[in-house]
Design a protein around this ligand. Structure first.
Ligand SMILES: [Zn+2]
Length: 144
């Protein structure tokens, strides 16, 4: 594992607006520090450079692990995960009452693999929505 400099970490956090770039949770609302995610894991040749890094909450990052794709339930095809550097969140997901609904094959495999709609996570989002604290105003969400 290549170490990530403090400067690179700061850049990734700032670019993400302190939000998980997969589930749009704010680091401010999480007890545990967010992770710097290698979008393409080092295991698959991904580099430790800004264009391959994203900010990820511990849940998303743990479920993602070193995976870069999964089998799409509708097409049966091996499909890459949503890439927050190359793709826009709003084109791949729709947020409905705490549920993250996939709009594309990439969205479907990401919802599935990262367990974005696990009951406790949906409940947490609904609670944060009622407080006006979700979704986190990440750049990718609002740039439609
Ligand atoms: Zn997340």
């Amino acid at each position: 594992m290549t170490s990530i400099t403090n400067e690179l970490r700061r850049q990734v956090i700032e670019r993400a607006g302190n939000c998980c770039e997969y589930c749009l949770l704010s680091q401010d609302d999480n007890f545990f520090s967010f992770h710097i995610d290698h979008i393409i894991s080092e295991k698959h040749g991904g580099v430790t450079e800004s264009h391959n890094l994203s900010l990820s909450c511990p849940n998303c990052n743990t479920f993602k692990g070193s995976d870069i794709g999964s089998i799409d339930s509708q097409t049966g095809l091996l499909t890459p995960l949503f890439n927050p550097r190359l793709q826009q969140w709003v084109k791949h997901f729709h947020l409905g009452n705490g549920m993250i609904e996939p709009l594309t094959p990439e969205g479907r495999v990401t919802v599935f693999l990262l367990r974005l709609n696990q009951a406790d996570r949906v409940f947490e989002r609904q609670e944060l929505m009622s407080l006006g604290r979700y979704p986190c105003p990440t750049k990718g969400y609002f740039e439609a």
